[in-house]
Write a protein that binds this ligand. Structure first.
Ligand SMILES: Nc1ncnc2c1ncn2[C@@H]1O[C@H](COP(=O)(O)OP(=O)(O)OP(=O)(O)O)[C@@H](O)[C@H]1O
Ligand SMILES: [Mg+2]
Length: 322
């Protein structure tokens, strides 16, 4: 008899319609009217979906990153992705891929992040993104649409992604803000990962109290906006709302270096564990572990696998907070 080999996990497909070439450096003090002499700089391929794909790959999962690229910055961006051997599908665009600039102020430990808008995408360009994505959607798998929309892309773009995913039997995960988030929720998604600020903007409240946070997350499940709502609360941990109820987790004690990429690492670990067949509770613990592992690394660096697995083991002993 033949030994049964488990079917390989379908890749987690991520979509980044507004990637950014991240330049990060440090300077003693950010002050106006002077040349600010900076330390060494580093370049990273940034953007929500790309970060999710990089973390999935780093944690041992299969992924396919669909992203736009244009101009000389787009060329540099593509080279960085190729150097990481990240499986990818590039959608060529006319405009130049944007750059983001992160400066760590060494005398205070403060971080300054300058986030540019991105090139204008034409209608044929954003429609091409949807068409190429549609060809890659894994039935029974996951599509992660994450990050801002560049100018020219309609606010219901992620709603269209959610519809396409559902039609092709995949679960759609969205991490966005403002009108793009609201439109995706109106369409209905499998999982949404707002931060407190993003969910607050959507519901028109500050969500300061634990009660209001739980209420807002649970309301999205109740009205069919999302099957699962992972509300992340920075250093205060996260709340997960789904049909089976509410879970809350505090973050493990970690030394905070830079919070860049925390939400993306959170989301990557969540989806990867689900794709690997783990339950929602285990996925949520892995997500908090990965988010916290990401803040332990400097500047734009994402989480490291050994940190994630150590914190995940630590959190698996922890019961959920009331
Ligand atoms: N100061 C911190 N200490 C420990 N863990 C943290 C800290 N900040 C963030 N995290 C981890 O990262 C996760 C996501 O963080 P956060 O809520 O800031 O989301 P985000 O998507 O990065 O935020 P935003 O999109 O608004 O910039 C948290 O749930 C937590 O697991
Ligand atoms: Mg975020």
């Amino acid at each position: 008899m033949e030994a049964s080999v488990p079917a390989p996990m379908p890749p987690i497909v991520t979509l980044t319609v507004n990637p950014a070439l991240d330049i990060s450096t440090s300077t003693e003090q950010v002050i106006s009217g002077h040349k600010l002499r900076c330390g060494a700089s580093r370049l990273d391929p940034g953007g929500g979906g790309i970060n999710v794909a990089r973390v999935v790959q780093r944690l041992g999962g299969r992924t396919l990153a669909v992203y736009t690229a244009g101009g000389p910055t787009g060329e540099a961006y593509r080279r960085l992705i190729e150097a990481e051997r990240l499986p990818a599908l590039v959608v060529p665009v006319q405009g130049s891929t944007r750059e983001d600039f992160t400066v760590d102020e060494t005398t205070t430990g403060k971080q300054f992040r300058f986030v540019l808008q991105g090139p204008v995408l034409s209608e044929p360009e954003w429609r091409l993104c949807l068409a190429l994505l549609a060809d890659s959607i894994p039935a029974g798998g996951f599509v992660v649409a994450s990050g801002s929309l560049p100018p020219g892309v309609p606010a219901d773009f992620y709603a269209q992604v959610a519809r396409l995913s559902r039609q092709q039997g995949a679960r759609c995960v969205v991490d966005a803000s403002g009108p793009a988030l609201s439109a995706a929720l109106a369409e209905g998604v499998f999982l949404v990962k707002p931060s407190r600020r993003e969910l607050g903007l959507h519901v028109g409240a500050t969500l300061d109290s634990p009660g209001s946070q739980v209420e807002a997350a649970a309301a999205l499940v109740a009205d069919g906006s999302a099957d699962h709502v992972a509300l992340t609360l920075g250093g205060e941990g996260a709340v997960l709302a789904s049909k089976s109820g509410i879970l809350r987790l505090a973050v493990p004690q970690v030394h905070v270096q830079s919070t860049v990429g925390a939400g993306d690492s959170f989301l990557a670990a969540f989806v990867l564990r689900l794709a690997q067949g783990r339950g929602v509770e285990a996925a949520f613990r892995a997500a908090v572990a990965a988010g916290s592992a990401a803040v332990m690394t400097p500047a734009t660096e994402l989480c490291r696998r050994d940190d994630v697995e150590r914190l995940e083991a630590q959190l698996s002993a922890e019961s959920f907070a009331p």
